[in-house]
Design a protein around this ligand. Structure first.
Ligand code: ADP
Length: 699
């Protein structure tokens, strides 16, 4: 059966992102060039080893006029200076994507990060000439993905550098203007001075200087060159120029953008008596301006980080994805390239949440809470003993560590960031502010869990009449059996066989009643959102038993057609809550219609092998178009007061989203309601923002 119209609330490129291998994901998620190199090396080496070969080299290459240059190289047996390697690279970079033999017993390829001629390239060479096809294709993917990520990262850092340069230039111009100069000049790589601004109407001076060779008008040419190279500001150099009738002084500072020998700009001023004093004041001004520019830049970066963080916080992504993205923001704000997120839950041993699947010394995790104490942030310098212990336990490299506590009502998280440089008080403040966003995400998640739980309790409340009915049956049976015993004992006819039969009946009925109570108790439990391999068939059966009272009372048949061996990654109780709600909705929709049927079945997803679809289909009237439009909105209901809360489908949607899946609402071809739960298979990776955007760029 195929569905006709389906609303897809949060479209995600799950299909694409699920296919991506974890080692490629690490490359794509790398937050810095160094991290990308490390991820490339970490992936390439075991990849070759898996096929019984060794990695001779993995390297990032930059196109250069004299042939491709190695800018980073994995520590393999080939060396940068090897002329054979350089010649091979020149050839392979003209044959992008093709495996070429390297000598007699090795082969490799070069991939480029983009079409641009100056895009970075990545090469991988293994000690084998006949590479097995799967290895070839994996090496090609790895080289391509890392070249792409390096291209993005290099472009990002170039943009930041350019912006900083422009800001610096702006600051200098402002300072020079305040120097009450007569002229502002700049000199290009030819050393020829051009006047860019004229003040105090000194056009006469401008005419004298325009087009002059800088070296001809000052004595300190060498000083100028040095200033250009070192970034130093030169003040009050005396200037001599034919035709000048007054003493003139020149200031110069490097102007980024042009290239040596004279990438300079500066002022020329007719020197009044107090010129020295004036220039001294202006130097202070210049420095103040530069310092305030620096502060401004920091604040701007911080605001940008906070805005981005807010956008992530308020976005539609699952909690886990938000957490991952916010942690990455925080890490990059304080220049950290290694993070660990550890979760503490009451009654459970602390566990590492991020990064996934990293081996750590679990027994040592408990100490983190003690080290953090009640402080929001603890800085642990590299020289600290605690730092060394924690790094060892959490498998981190050397460096200062910021330990950030993120408390929430039911659980606590601790974030540990290893910094590339020593952390200062600015980092401390920034980390504290960004961590507020992280904490907010955790609190929102706790609120969402609370809403989920309230909805569950309300569903239990709605079921209470049915539960009472279901309990009444075994209680009646027990009561009848007891009365029979009483009667027969009174008549003196209660033989051992009779008594045994009645006792067994009573025990069976007690067992039945207990099962009803257990199901309710289990359903009423708070969930923690732990996703584990689970059987959708078992979950569906359990939801059906919970809804037995409703189903029996309304004469509906519920068929479950899901293979027992099928598994999905799920929090059983949460998915059960969704199914209970869908059965309730379907039975409400079919109320008063005879022959009501609900079919719960599973099928593969045609677009994505990483997910399965659970379909809940009924033969009721289906969703009218105007209901369909709002079905997922919170508090939207067409049911009378006291019956509908309007939260069922919107909560189901939130639950599925937290599972890395989605909920589709629509009608079947036959016209009844058809709701699809898209769930990940246990082995499929959780879709992440980073991988989605990366894959969006992949053809
Ligand atoms: P509630 O059940 O409390 O009204 P839901 O969010 O679960 O809230 O459902 C929203 C609305 O969607 C319902 O009021 C109903 O009009 C419609 N609906 C839900 N399930 C079905 C279904 N199986 N068939 C037809 N309409 C449905």
């Amino acid at each position: 059966m195929s569905q006709t119209r389906q609303v897809e609330p949060a479209r995600r490129d799950a299909a694409a992102s699920q296919r991506i291998a974890p080692e490629l994901r690490r490359v794509l998620d790398a937050a810095s060039i160094q991290a990308c190199h490390a991820a490339l090396a970490d992936a390439a080496q075991p990849l070759c080893a898996e096929f019984g070969f060794s990695l001779l080299t993995a390297a990032e290459i930059a196109p250069a006029p004299q042939g491709p240059a190695i800018v980073w190289q994995y520590d393999g047996s080939l060396h940068k200076s090897d002329s054979h390697l350089r010649a091979w690279l020149a050839r392979a970079s003209c044959n992008l994507g093709r495996f070429l033999a390297f000598g007699d017993d090795a082969a490799g390829l070069v991939m480029a990060g983009a079409l641009e001629a100056d895009a970075p390239m990545v090469t991988l060479i293994a000690d084998c000439t006949q590479l097995p096809l799967p290895l070839e294709s994996a090496m090609r993917d790895l080289a391509e993905f890392s070249a792409r990520r390096l291209y993005q990262l290099r472009r990002e850092s170039e943009t930041v550098r350019r912006r900083q340069r422009l800001d610096m230039d702006g600051a200098r111009d402002a300072a020079l203007l305040r120097a009450s100069a007569d002229l502002i000049w700049e000199a290009g790589s030819d050393g020829i001075l051009h006047v860019t601004h004229i003040f105090q109407d000194r056009r006469d001076l401008a005419r004298l200087f325009e087009g002059r060779v800088l070296g001809d008008i000052t004595v300190g040419t060498r000083d100028l060159q040095r200033a250009a190279q070192t970034g130093q500001v030169l003040r009050s150099l005396p200037v001599t120029v034919a035709g000048a009738e007054e003493p003139l002084f020149l200031t110069a500072c490097p102007s980024s953008g042009a290239s040596a020998p004279f990438p300079l700009r500066g002022t020329i001023a007719a020197a009044p008596v107090q010129v020295q004093e004036r220039l001294a004041i202006d130097t202070t001004t210049l420095e103040t301006i530069l310092a305030s520019r620096h502060r401004e830049e920091r604040l701007r970066r911080e605001t940008e980080t906070m805005m981005l963080g807010l956008r992530i916080l308020l976005g539609d992504a699952p909690f886990r994805e938000k957490l991952e993205q916010l942690v990455k923001r925080l890490a990059s704000a304080i220049d950290s390239d290694e993070i660990r997120l550890v979760q503490f839950r009451p009654g459970e041993a602390p566990r590492l949440v991020l990064p996934e699947k990293l081996a750590v010394k679990e027994a040592a995790l408990a100490e983190i809470a003690t080290l953090a104490g009640a402080r929001p942030i603890t800085l642990m310098p590299e020289s600290d003993q605690d730092n060394a212990r924690i790094r060892d336990a959490l498998n981190m490299r050397n460096g200062d560590i910021a330990l950030i506590a993120l408390p929430a009502p039911a659980e606590r998280y601790y974030l540990l960031c290893r910094a590339r440089r020593s952390l200062n008080s600015d980092d401390h403040g920034l980390a504290e502010r960004v961590s507020l966003l992280l904490q907010q995400a955790i609190l929102l998640q706790a609120d969402q869990k609370q809403i989920l739980h309230s909805a569950k309790l309300s569903a239990l409340g709605q079921m209470s009449t049915g539960i009472a009915h279901e309990l009444r049956q075994p209680l009646n049976a027990i009561s009848i059996a007891a009365q029979n015993i009483d009667l027969m004992v009174g008549l003196g006819k209660a033989g051992p066989e009779f008594l045994q039969e009645k006792t067994e009946r009573i025990l069976a009925q007690i067992d039945r009643a207990c099962k009803v109570m257990d199901r309710m108790r289990r359903f009423g439990r708070k969930t923690v959102g732990d996703h584990k391999p689970a059987s959708p068939a078992a979950i569906a059966r359990s939801a059906r038993s919970l809804m037995d009272p409703v189903i029996i009372a309304s004469g509906i048949a519920v068929d479950i057609e899901i293979p027992d061996e099928l598994e999905v990654s799920a929090d059983e109780l949460e998915v059960e809550q969704v199914l209970v709600n869908l059965i309730q909705n379907a039975s409400d929709a079919m109320a008063g219609r005879p022959g009501g049927k609900i079919r719960i079945w599973s099928r593969d997803d045609p677009d994505d092998p990483g997910v399965i679809r659970l379909e809940v289909e009924d033969n009721g009237p289906g969703f009218p178009p105007e209901v369909l439009k709002h079905a997922l909105d919170a508090f939207f209901t067409t049911k009378p007061e006291g019956k509908g809360t309007g939260l069922g489908l919107s909560i189901a949607h939130a639950i599925l989203r937290e599972h890395g899946g989605r909920l589709l609402v629509g009608n079947s071809e036959a016209g009844g309601g058809l709701i699809t739960l898209v769930l990940r298979r246990p082995e499929a990776a959780f879709p992440s923002l980073a991988s989605r955007s990366a894959m969006a760029a992949t053809p």
